[in-house]
Design a protein around this ligand. Structure first.
Ligand code: GLV
Ligand code: MN
Ligand code: MN
Length: 413
């Protein structure tokens, strides 16, 4: 068949997504496949089986990244890569990440059944621990692969139960042999749900982000003084949770204070001993700041730190801060972004240039090679929740755009 007439098989894509959604399915209709959990392992095993059925050359590196390579006519040329992640948030959705992996798999299946040959090799990838929810930071394995993060630092990161990321990789059998080290790559495409409301609001099918916001993550630890809540007077308490509450409100106020394009969130908190009749003496919470302007996000953090110090002093709750992770904004390759828009048009889909507020492995890939993303609408703009949804029709549309972007890019000499 003439290459321009090729289309993915939407029914098959749906079936793959539905089969994956059974792994870690939650009662509320979502999935929970935390990085390196038993569910993540099951999803990986199924993915590897599907890669093998396509006779792709499968390899797993020391960060557990899974690659499937399809040879081109000229295998000395750097490959074109596509993929995303199979891990999820706690009680997350059925599309975040997995759509990009199953969409890329559907592209591989379409090429195989139509016996399409491309000039360059094509690689599909599942990046380990994109979410960063169980082990911070996020996108850690693409970060190591890209040469930005250190492997042993990644191995040493712990979850709330003190389990190390490296040991969990080993436990589920996905600490591979090959080095997690970038190779010359011609281009990278990541297909993903939008995770926000813009496409739906504007009635468009395909989003072409011009890039991804910066992501800055911080961990804040407070120490107070525990005591019996009944006999202890209100004056003179050192209540770590009350201090944290004021700090959380200070974070919430940052975007309005700085009047810029920015979001700031506290999403995770641990309170100890977490008993209704003990004054809390230990609190940990996280801060997430994102903006298209890295300096703006840094300025916000300076303000927050000053506020935190004042609040901690007032409450007598000493403070420890870890500046856990920073990723600079990722402006994508303009030629590839344009290609996404043009391809959507050629296929008869409406499209919208936009910005990604969500983090993706594409941020680190953007530091390795020309990179772009393809977005499809999230119903109600909801994501990282069980009700996350995208129509099957849109899933198919995005996969067709991916297919043709890959075909064009893999023909480049
Ligand atoms: C990744 O899912 C992020 O945007 O936090
Ligand atoms: Mn994702
Ligand atoms: Mn996510």
């Amino acid at each position: 068949m003439e290459a321009t007439k090729l289309r993915v098989n939407g029914k098959r894509l749906r079936a793959s997504l539905e089969e994956m959604a059974r792994i870690g399915a939650t009662p509320g209709g979502g999935v929970q496949r935390l990085a390196l959990s038993d569910e993540d392992k099951k999803a990986r095993d199924l993915f590897v089986k599907w890669l093998q059925e396509l006779s792709l050359e499968v390899s797993i590196d020391e960060m557990g990244n899974i690659f499937g390579r399809r040879q081109g006519r000229n295998n000395s040329l750097p490959p074109v890569m596509m993929g995303s992640h199979v891990d999820s948030q706690p009680r997350g959705g059925r599309f975040d990440g997995i759509l990009g992996v199953m969409g890329a798999l559907e592209v591989m299946r379409t090429l195989a059944e139509n016996k399409v040959q491309t000039e360059r090799p094509i690689l599909i990838v599942d990046w380990t621990n994109e979410e960063g929810s169980r082990f911070a930071p996020a996108m850690v394995a693409s970060g190591v692969w890209a040469g930005v993060l250190d492997r042993d630092y990644a191995y040493g990161r712990t979850d709330l139960n003190g389990r190390k990321q490296g040991e969990e990789l080993e436990r589920i059998g996905y600490r591979g042999q090959g080095p997690a080290k970038k190779w010359p790559t011609h281009a990278y495409y990541e297909y993903h749900i939008e995770q926000g409301p813009m496409l739906e609001r504007q009635g468009k099918t395909i989003g072409a982000p011009k890039g991804i916001l910066c992501l800055h993550w911080y961990d804040v630890y407070l120490t107070g003084e525990a005591n019996q809540v009944g006999p202890t007077p209100m004056e003179g308490r050192h209540d770590a949770l009350v201090a944290a509450a004021e700090m959380i409100l200070a974070v919430r106020a940052l975007p309005a204070r700085l009047k810029g394009n920015m979001v700031a969130t506290v999403g995770e908190i641990q309170n100890y001993p977490n008993s209704r009749n003990i004054i809390p003496d230990r609190v940990h919470f996280t801060v997430d700041i994102r903006s298209w302007d890295n300096d703006h996000a840094l300025k916000a953090w300076d303000l927050a730190k000053k506020d935190f110090q004042d609040i901690a002093t007032r409450h007598g709750t000493p403070l420890k801060i870890d500046e856990t992770w920073r990723v600079v904004p990722a402006p994508f390759n303009q030629k590839l972004v344009q290609r996404v828009l043009e391809t959507a048009k050629e296929l008869g889909y409406s499209s919208l240039p936009m910005v990604s507020g969500a983090g993706h492995d594409a941020s680190y890939m953007n530091q390795v090679c020309p990179t772009a993303m393809i977005f499809v609408p999230s119903i109600g703009g909801r994501s990282h929740v069980e009700v996350e949804n995208t129509t099957w029709e849109d899933c198919e549309a995005g996969a067709n755009v991916l297919l043709h972007c890959i075909l064009k890019t893999a023909e480049e000499k």
